[in-house]
Design a protein around this ligand. Structure first.
Ligand code: ISE
Length: 338
């Protein structure tokens, strides 16, 4: 049984801990830490973990009861526990983004390369989503010819927390498209441009300017547009359409049952990513458990993927500020990621 130490007890922690306790096999939670002790105690009692909260990140990582570390804390606090897990030679699963600055993401990659093996998996769960998988297989089999264009929609009903701001639309939300598009199209990014659209007058978050439209261009010339809207009001919706030389492949409209009732025909829409991507979250975690418990390197999205995403996010933010198309370069991929 793989023993996990959990750091950070917000929304996504509840999704993953629920899966580990109720839906997955081969792992259990033996330590938990949050800056706010009450949040850790709440998770312990909700999932009947029967443990005490750890007093610090160091205590949790160094505990002989912890084989691998799970980082679910705020986006800008991932670097410290990841680096400490590497130093302790413990595998680590971190929620996306890997880090919120290119410098920190590079520091993590350098530390992992120095170890000479992969210990980190980044929570880009869309790659495990059965619908995205099918989309990728369709493209890879050549069923729509070479992919030329893409259209994505990433909508949330409302900002997920009080401190959600303009740059989070890129670092927290668009980062999912950044991770999934280069994987789907099998190519690296050449440039990015992000623009504001007309402000949504119903937005109440003071530091949030949106909606935004992001345009990614790949080295092979394919162009992908993403509409980013954090105040959709109606729910959480993710779309992805790939236009190829001989056809179009797209995610199903809304993966939920269609209801005919009261003079209406409708699908229900989830309000959180945990609803739409429930299966993906389970599959990514089971994959992490299966590899790590056999002493293997994690097979999911690597720190290098997280680093490339961090670079692309930084360039996207620069574009938003300068109103320019910004070129992207990544440098040489270290051998451990090949
Ligand atoms: C959130 O942090 C996520 O990771 C969700 O998947 C994303 O869709 C949402 O926009 C983010 O706020």
């Amino acid at each position: 049984m793989l023993r996990f130490g959990v750091i950070g007890c917000g929304y996504i922690c509840h999704v993953h801990v629920n899966d580990i306790v109720n839906n997955l096999h081969g792992a259990k939670i033996t330590a938990i830490y949050d800056v706010n002790k009450k949040s850790a105690e709440q998770v312990i009692s909700e999932f009947k973990l029967g443990i005490q909260p750890s007093n610090s990140i160091d205590e949790l990582i160094e505990s002989p009861e912890v084989d691998a570390v799970l980082v679910f804390s705020r986006n800008d606090t991932h670097t410290e526990p990841i680096l400490k897990s590497l130093a302790a030679d413990k595998p680590v699963f971190t929620e996306k983004p890997l880090a919120t600055t290119v410098e920190e993401a590079k520091q993590i990659v350098d530390a992992e390369v120095k170890k000479g093996k992969r210990l980190i998996q980044v929570g880009f769960m869309r790659r495990y989503d059965p619908y995205y998988q099918e989309l990728k297989q369709t493209i890879d089999k050549g069923e729509i010819g070479a992919p030329l264009l893409g259209y994505c929609r990433h909508f949330a009903p409302a900002p997920p927390n009080d401190y959600y701001k303009t740059s989070d639309v890129i670092n927290d939300t668009f980062v999912h498209e950044i991770s999934v598009i280069s994987w789907l199209f099998n190519d690296e990014y050449q440039s990015v441009q992000v623009q504001y659209a007309r402000p949504n007058s119903t937005n109440t978050a003071s530091e949030l300017q949106e909606p935004q439209v992001a345009t990614l261009k790949l080295k092979n010339g394919a162009i992908i547009n993403t509409y980013l809207n954090i105040n959709s009001h109606y729910g959480y919706e993710v779309k992805c359409q790939v236009i190829g030389e001989t056809g179009i492949a797209e995610l199903p409209d809304m993966p939920s049952t269609r209801i005919h009732k009261d003079e209406k025909i409708y699908n229900s829409v989830p309000i959180e990513s945990g609803g739409r991507f429930a299966k993906a979250f389970q599959l990514e975690f089971q994959d992490f458990i299966d590899h790590v418990s056999k002493g293997e390197e994690p097979a999911g999205p690597s720190a290098w993927t997280g680093y490339m995403a961090a670079i692309t996010c930084a360039k996207a933010t620069e574009s938003l500020q300068t109103n320019q198309v910004v070129d992207i370069t990544f440098g040489e991929q270290p051998d451990i990621y090949k």
